[in-house]
Design a binder for this molecule. Sequence first.
Ligand code: NDP
Length: 315
Amino acid sequence: REGSVIITGASSGLGLATAKALAETGKWYVIMACRDFLKAERAAKSAGMSKENYTIMHLDLASLDSVRQFVDNFRRSGRPLDVLVCNAAVYQPTARQPSFTAEGFELSVGTNHLGHFLLSRLLLPDLNKSDYPSRRLIIVGSITGNTNTLAGNVPPKANLGDMRGLAGGLNGLNSSAMIDGGDFDGAKAYKDSKVCNMLTMQEFHRRYYEDTGITFASLYPGCIATTGLFREHIPLFRLLFPPFQRFITKGFVSEEDAGKRLAQVVSDPSLTKSGVYWSWNKASASFENQLSQEASDPEKARKIWEISEKLVGLA
Ligand code: NDP
């Protein structure tokens, strides 16, 4: 075998397609880190994944206890960790009120950013221990948090402001449920969480690349308009979004092709550069993309890192 990889949120969409693409090579053992065991098992079966190439381990990123439990369970399995893929996400574009994680953080930032922040910090020593020659930590980003693009300029735009809401605990009680301290907006909370994901990847690179040689990367796989991510959107949106992306913006990518792209970032020997945000052009060739000013601001990255450390109990 080539290596073993943990993929969070591998029960549907991009995570499942990536798990399938890697498992099919016969070279990768995939640990599907999922909150719903039965759903994940059914998904793996219907994707035709063969039993000897994967296992499912319980992980609910909306609970820091669950994240810690997952890390313990994984260590007890005795498997090496060669690549970690932080893929899972929630998106609540139509929510009028915020909902919260077990620790009381607004759900989108709590799941997409804080859960993954704790997971990747705890697993860094495991990655570092592996003797696999090309260890990687990959955090899935998005174009929507990137205000230097057309899609990133569709309102409400991502904006972390001075992060007073995050510093206050993001709990909607004595602080705002939004990172910038503003009124709750589910679509913006998702975009903000993706900016945190992209900043975290770069901060990992600055802090650990030289000493560990681990590759830290993020990516925008294209618009996968058919995934469960849009499940909470209004029906008309769900009907029109895929053809809009396919024929008008031409940014549409199938789940299968997006999975192949992420699988490339996991295993392709040519994608070893660290600190990079990968995208794909119309001919489906990968290239190093530019991030917006906010999503590449080193001061913000450091601040996000430090506040997040406190919130998840690492500092
Ligand atoms: P899906 O909704 O299909 O997949 C999301 C996955 O995350 C599911 O497996 C879901 O589990 C899991 N998940 C959600 N909450 C938790 C939690 N608390 N604990 C553990 N797992 C959880 O969406 P996509 O495949 O589209 O999204 C995958 C990634 O791709 C995300 O990071 C997203 O931001 C990114 N992305 C997607 C784009 C798109 O166009 N779709 C574009 C750019 C980026 P369950 O099955 O149990 O619900």
